[in-house]
Design a protein around this ligand. Structure first.
Ligand code: GDD
Ligand code: MN
Length: 380
């Protein structure tokens, strides 16, 4: 559907639909009246329908004849609320992207409050059921319990993401396009906001209260599969955020070093093996672990920085620095090992593990600050 003229579009509001043919004829006029009042014709509504059996896409196409700001995408062979929203945002031309449900459970007039938040400068404006003026209509206790437990689960798995808003399960919000530039959204199931919070570059979040209404027509598409997808989505985001975190990679490499260290400590010092003195065995085992850790850290943890310092000479210099820093860590490690083992009487392997954990943090920061970062041309 092409728009009259080439006027700029400031807001692109996506409406994911599945079997909403009875709701659209009520929702679209309300949205056009509300948004027309504040944005004239500088907005677009994008319906993304997954080939609804009730021909929602046909109803939407017929509505688009009278509502020129309405665009309709009919997906075939694809299904899913959050991926439908992403698809709509891919087509969107607005500087601000949004999502609202088609079933009028998200009151259209709340858009005005969301828009005010964006005009105040928010990167993300969320319609929340859990702030002043928010709530749900007469939800059953079970649904309240399920919704709250879903939120608590998200808080446990993704605390740094989900704790930023009071209603992370909301499906009603506006986001600045620039916060998502260059980001790949790969959501699962219903919770598009969790994906946006985890992936987006979002500073300022505004929240407005709204009361989640009772559905008048049609029925909720939430099935057990949505709950399973939700948990898979949280787990997938957790893993990917960890992989993005440099310290997690450093700690993971350190973890592999533990096995190298333990293996050679056993081989060298265990009474049933070579039975060499503990300290000498520990120094050799730790040195071999340091070589292992450097190779992995230089290729993976700090790989993006290391590749800006090409050449074997620079690599050897990084290894030398890594070794010196880790030597300091090794001395600290041996000291702690002897304190925990000889002074505190801990089991030798528990003492070694605790010493390694404490030294890992020491090694990370010193290597980041004094090694990879110092030689980094793009140091920021
Ligand atoms: N394209 C597409 N594909 N749209 C879908 C699909 C799908 O597979 N499943 C649902 N939708 C659309 C529905 O047509 C409706 O417009 C909207 O997504 C919400 O679907 P509901 O089935 O009505 O969800 P709900 O009311 O139980 O929960 C909603 O509200 C919660 C609170 O805001 C959802 O938006 C939840 O994500 C949200 O947490
Ligand atoms: Mn609904």
């Amino acid at each position: 559907m092409s728009y009259s003229g080439g006027e700029e579009v400031v807001l692109s509001l996506v409406i994911p639909t599945y079997n909403e043919s009875e709701n659209l004829p009520r929702l679209i006029p309300q949205l056009c009246e509300l948004l027309g009042g504040i944005l004239s014709d500088r907005y677009e509504l994008i319906i993304v329908d997954d080939d609804s059996p009730d021909f929602t896409w046909k109803v939407a196409q017929d509505l688009a004849v009278n509502y020129p700001r309405l665009k309709v995408i009919r997906r075939r062979g694809e299904k899913g609320l959050s991926t439908a929203v992403v698809r709509g945002w891919q087509e969107a031309r607005g500087e601000i992207l949004g999502v609202i449900d088609a079933d009028l459970q998200h009151p259209p007039q709340t858009l005005l409050l969301l828009w005010q938040e964006m005009e105040r400068g928010a990167d993300l404006a969320v319609a929340s059921r859990h702030v002043e003026g928010g709530g749900v209509s007469d939800w059953s206790l079970t649904r309240r319990f399920l919704s709250r437990s879903a939120q608590i689960l998200a808080l446990i798995i993704l605390p740094e993401v989900v704790s930023r808003v009071s209603d992370p399960l909301s499906g009603y919000f506006l986001i600045r396009r620039r916060c998502l530039l260059g980001k790949t959204l790969n959501p699962l199931g219903y919770k598009i906001l969790v994906e946006v919070l985890a992936r987006g570059k979002i500073r300022w979040i505004g929240e407005v209260g709204y009361v989640f209404q009772e559905r008048q027509e049609g029925k909720s598409k939430v099935t057990f599969k949505e709950y399973v997808d939700y948990i898979r989505h949280l787990a997938r985001l957790r893993l990917s955020l960890w992989q993005e975190s440099r310290f997690f990679r450093f700690a993971f490499v350190g973890f592999t070093g533990v096995f190298v260290d333990m293996f050679f400590l056993f081989l060298l010092s265990d009474p049933t093996m070579l039975a060499l003195p503990l300290t000498r065995s520990k120094i050799i085992a730790a040195q071999l672990a340091i070589v292992n850790n450097f190779l992995w850290n230089d290729a993976w943890t700090f790989g993006d920085i290391a590749e800006r310092q090409p050449g074997i000479r620079r690599k050897i210099r990084r290894f030398f620095k890594f070794n010196c820093i880790c030597m300091g860590g090794l001395i600290l490690n041996v000291l702690l090992l002897n304190i925990f083992f000889n002074l505190l009487g801990w089991n030798r392997y528990l003492a070694n593990l605790m010493a390694i954990i404490l030294v890992t943090v020491w090694n990370y920061w010193l290597n980041l600050k004094l090694n990879w970062r110092t030689a980094d041309a793009n140091k920021n």
